[in-house]
Design a protein around this ligand. Structure first.
Ligand SMILES: [Zn+2]
Length: 106
């Protein structure tokens, strides 16, 4: 599950958006949820694709991290187009309520 994202075979698909803390920006940012999809050719007559990795990537810089496991990793994913129109604070509350509580509630 480690190594350079671009070195993985296959292609990247955007799945949605969440909000998280970016250590490089030192700020809350919109993150894109991306899957790396790999085509499996071992069955000749029926190609299939399989997710080989999932990551979230900061929309402002190149920081990204793997999202492991089978869950969403966040409370919610929001469609990217909708997330881009939402106030970041609202997106954070929806997708990452724990961090929202840490930052905005005493
Ligand atoms: Zn960033």
């Amino acid at each position: 599950m480690f190594g350079k994202w671009e070195d993985r075979p296959g292609y990247t698909v955007e799945r949605g958006a969440v909000s998280d803390w970016c250590p490089d920006c030192d700020a809350v940012r919109l993150f894109l949820v991306e899957d790396r999809m790999e085509e499996l050719h071992f069955i000749i007559w029926r190609q299939s694709t399989s997710r080989s990795a999932r990551r979230v990537i900061c929309s402002r810089c190149d920081y990204w991290k793997y999202l492991s496991g089978f869950g969403k990793g966040y409370a919610e994913w929001v469609p990217v187009a909708r997330a881009e129109r939402m106030p970041l604070r609202e997106l954070l509350e929806l997708t990452n309520p724990d961090l929202y509580d840490d930052l905005y509630r005493d």
